[in-house]
Design a protein around this ligand. Structure first.
Ligand code: MG
Length: 318
C-alpha cells in the first residue's frame, strides 16, 4: 500500500516505522502555541502546555475529551514524568522547574543557579537514576506573550539536577538550548539549539553528547541540521530513532544521523510525545492544535520497566 501524501519516506527504513493505512488525526484546535506534552499511561491521558494562554490542557484518550488541567500554569512549557510518575514542568512565569506531587501540591525543584535566577526553563527529561535534565534559554523572558519580560541573569545553559539536589551546569556552549532527550540506553543525550530565532545564521540543529559518570557530558557534535524551521522538542523510540519537531511537521532520524522520513503537519510543530497502551501513538503539539497518529514503533521512556510485547494488553474488563 503506498504512503499517503503526508508521509514522506526518504530512506527505505522509514516504511517499517509507519503504517500506510494510519490516519493523521487532529484531536483539538483551540490553542495559541502548544508544546510540552507528557503522557500518563495509568490514566490514559495526555497533558500539554498552551503557553500564551497560560494553561495546561488534558486530552482523555478514552473518550477524546479535552479539558483544562491547570490555569494559570505559570506559563508552563516542557513537561515529562519522573520515575514515580509525577509531573515535572518547566515554567516560564516562575522561571523554575517544578514537580506536581501525588497529593497535588507543587514543589519548586530549581529556580536559581549559584544565586542567580534561571532564565525560563524550556524543556526537561528524566534519566533512570532520577536525575532531571533541563534547558534554560530566554524565550519565556523575552516578552510578555510566553511569560514575562524580565532581565536575564544567566547565560543559556543545560542543567542536571541530581537526585541529591545538587544543580550542575552540564553544557555551556549553546545559543538557545531547547529540546532534550536520552537514547534508550542513556549513553547519549540529544539537545537542540534553536539560536536561529534570535540570529539569522544561528544554530538550527540537534547535538549529541556522550553521557559519562557523575552526569558529565562530552562530545556534542552536531547530529542533525534542520532544513525547514527549527528542532524544538523531540522524543526517541525504542530503536533509538529520533522523532523531532520541525517547520513542516515531524522529522525522523536514525541513530546514524540519516533522516529517514517526514510526517507533514499543516502547522509548525513544537514537540511530540509517545502515548497509548502500546506507546505507539505519537502525539504532536503543533501551534494551535494537538494531532496524533499511530506508528509501527514504540516510544522509549524511563517510567517503569521496559515494555515487552507480552506485557501489553488492553485494560481488563469485567
Ligand atoms: Mg521547547
Amino acid at each position: 500500500m503506498p504512503h499517503p501524501d503526508w508521509l514522506v519516506a526518504e530512506d527505505d527504513r522509514f516504511s517499517s516505522l509507519v503504517l500506510p493505512n494510519a490516519q493523521l488525526d487532529r484531536l483539538w484546535q483551540a490553542g495559541r502555541w502548544c508544546e510540552g506534552p507528557a503522557y500518563f499511561a495509568a490514566g490514559r491521558y495526555l497533558l500539554w502546555s498552551d503557553i500564551p494562554n497560560d494553561r495546561i490542557l488534558r486530552y482523555d484518550e478514552n473518550d477524546g475529551h479535552v479539558s483544562v488541567f491547570r490555569q494559570p500554569s505559570a506559563f508552563s512549557n516542557g513537561q515529562t514524568l519522573d520515575r514515580e510518575g509525577r509531573l515535572i514542568t518547566c515554567e516560564h512565569g516562575s522561571r523554575s522547574v517544578t514537580r506536581t506531587e501525588h497529593n497535588g501540591r507543587i514543589t519548586t525543584l530549581a529556580d536559581t543557579f549559584e544565586g542567580l535566577r534561571l532564565n525560563s526553563p524550556n524543556d526537561v527529561t528524566v534519566k533512570s537514576d532520577g536525575s532531571i535534565w533541563f534547558t534554560d534559554p530566554s524565550y519565556g523572558i523575552d516578552n510578555d506573550y510566553e511569560g514575562g519580560k524580565r532581565r536575564s541573569e544567566l547565560d543559556y545553559h543545560v542543567y542536571c539536577l541530581a537526585p541529591d539536589g545538587e544543580l550542575r551546569r552540564v553544557a555551556d556552549d549553546f545559543e538557545k538550548p531547547n529540546g532534550l532527550a536520552f537514547s534508550p540506553d542513556e549513553s547519549w543525550l540529544y539537545v537542540s539549539d534553536t539560536g536561529a530565532t534570535h540570529r539569522a545564521s544561528g544554530p538550527r540543529h540537534i547535538r549529541r553528547f556522550r553521557v559519562g559518570q557523575d552526569h558529565r557530558l562530552s562530545g556534542g557534535d552536531v547530529f542533525a541540521e534542520s532544513d525547514c524551521g527549527l528542532f524544538d522538542g523531540f522524543r526517541l523510540d525504542i530503536a533509538g530513532n529520533l522523532w523531532t519537531s520541525a517547520g513542516d511537521g515531524v522529522h525522523c532520524y536514525a541513530p546514524d544521523g540519516t533522516r529517514l522520513g517526514r510526517i507533514l503537519i499543516p502547522e509548525t510543530v513544537a514537540n511530540v510525545c509517545f502515548g497509548g497502551i502500546s506507546r505507539n501513538r505519537l502525539y504532536v503539539c503543533a501551534t494551535t492544535s494537538l494531532y496524533a497518529l499511530t506508528l509501527n514503533t514504540r516510544g522509549h521512556h524511563v517510567i517503569g520497566e521496559a515494555i515487552a510485547p507480552s506485557d501489553i494488553r488492553a485494560p481488563a474488563r469485567t
